[in-house]
Design a protein around this ligand. Structure first.
Ligand SMILES: [Zn+2]
Length: 457
């Protein structure tokens, strides 16, 4: 498990700034690595030292409160005294038990650790196995003891079979992120540092923290199952019925499961958008906030002083390289999304609806239903991945406006476009001209939206 926290020097820095790792955070991380390496606790393995170096050394993003080395050291000393340097076995096991109690408390209480769960179906699979096991052991003498031994063995077997390296890796990053996400008390830091150590250094089946994650997942899955049952067959018909949305909101693990399904259902639609069989022809006003965010980003990227110097080719290239970690993606998500939300949603829904009635009529049924599904989930933010779907469609739409080079299309299919270029509208005068034009075409909501974006500049 030596691959965690080894960053490539020429790749973008993990802190998210637009520099290579070599130019950005590497020096600090290396310094911290030396610092921890010389600390002299025998249990500070090189892998764990690298994790601690990354915790302290990578520059914080928005909302991260990176713990300082003395704060981490404080936690390490407590772990050292309570566990590794402690000769008394009773005190040691007391210390470990205390850690686990706090660990369970933390993953149940802290919002930032809520996602530390297994997927719903895997948790249900584990529950079923345990049920079967309890059923088989029913008649045994002294069944309580046998049961608890059997459950322990079942958990261990299950871990060995089900937990892959990627799961462990996900956990490493969860605890890394949790340590950096907010200010923690010393006790909390101690637990998080210990968990990070276990997930970095130990094989899954030897990592005691997994048991706590399994327990939390099981109890979540059980309460989700109860809610689903209640949703499907309400016991008391007079009571206010529980809504699907509520069930999903209450159980993050369920949400992840459902949203993964949502993504695969929409996949054929995304596919035909990507290969150009479903070509967006959306007016620029529907993605104006996004165009603005892209332009600002490109200006910074190319350090160009004038708007007019940015051409569609550079834009196209950058959009193609866009990834989730990208600052542009984040800018689109944080700013543009909210700006364009309502008008974009309406325009794109109408567009997909028209496509289904027109050009898309001859497409195979599975593609038509995927497009229909995509349309239906655009307004649904309950599920994480439907929000990502929305962003993808939004980015495709920005791309289509840039490629068309025309901003002014007032309605879909308009042949008398006014000829305002997309890069021209991103000036105060350009936006004014564009909104006047939209008013002329009786697109009053669109004109008002353009003025709103213009004011927000
Ligand atoms: Zn950096």
């Amino acid at each position: 498990m030596t691959k965690y926290f080894i960053f490539e020097g020429e790749e973008n820095c993990p802190c998210g700034r637009l520099k290579t790792y070599n130019e950005c955070c590497r020096g600090r991380v290396d310094l911290y690595f030396d610092f921890w390496n010389k600390k002299g606790f025998s249990w500070l393995t090189p892998e764990f030292c690298r994790a601690l170096a990354a915790v302290c050394g990578i520059a914080p993003r928005k909302g991260e409160i990176v713990p300082t080395a003395p704060k981490i050291y404080e936690a390490l000393c407590r772990i050292n005294d309570g566990l590794y340097n402690n000769k008394n076995p009773d005190e040691r096991s007391l210390f470990v038990n205390g850690l686990f109690e706090k660990f369970m408390e933390l993953i149940n209480k802290k919002d930032l650790l809520k996602e530390i769960r297994l997927g719903f179906s895997r948790a249900v699979n584990l529950i079923e196995r345990l049920d079967e096991l309890l059923e088989n052991n029913k008649g045994e003498k002294d069944h309580r003891k046998v049961q608890s031994e059997a459950i322990k063995k079942a958990l261990k077997d299950w871990l060995d079979e089900e937990i892959v390296e990627e799961d462990n890796e996900d956990m490493v990053w969860e605890f890394f992120g949790a340590l950096r996400a907010e200010e923690h008390t010393l006790e909390e830091r101690e637990v998080l540092v210990y968990a990070l150590k276990c997930f970095v250094d130990k094989e899954p089946s030897e990592n005691p923290c997994w048991e706590a994650v399994l327990k939390a997942s099981i109890s979540d899955a059980i309460s989700a199952l109860e809610d689903i049952e209640e949703y499907c067959e309400p016991e008391d018909v007079d009571e206010v019925p529980i809504l699907e949305k509520e069930v999903v909101e209450r159980h993050p693990m369920l949400r992840r499961e459902l949203s993964e399904r949502a993504f695969s259902m929409a996949a054929p639609a995304l596919d035909i958008i990507l290969n150009g069989r479903l070509q967006f022809e959306l007016p620029a006003y529907a993605v104006l906030g996004g165009l603005k965010a892209c332009k600002d980003y490109l200006l910074e990227l190319f350090a160009i002083g004038k708007y007019a110097d940015i051409n569609g080719q550079e834009f196209k290239k950058k959009l193609k390289e866009l990834s989730l970690e990208d600052e542009l993606y984040q800018a689109l998500q944080e700013k543009a999304w909210n700006t364009d939300y309502e008008i974009f949603l309406k325009t794109v829904s109408e567009y997909l609806e028209n496509w289904l009635q027109g050009e898309g009529k001859g497409e195979p049924g599975y593609i038509r239903s995927a497009v229909d599904f995509l349309r239906s989930c655009l307004s649904d933010f309950i599920l994480d991945n439907t929000a990502s779907l929305y962003m993808m469609v939004y980015i495709f739409s920005i791309y289509s406006v840039v490629m068309r080079k025309e901003a002014s299309l007032p309605v879909r299919g308009d042949k008398e476009a006014h000829g305002i270029r997309w890069d021209e509208i991103l000036t105060v005068e350009g936006m004014e001209e564009y909104s006047r034009y939209l008013e002329e075409k009786k697109q009053l909501a669109a004109a008002a939206h353009v003025r709103r974006v213009s004011k927000a500049l």
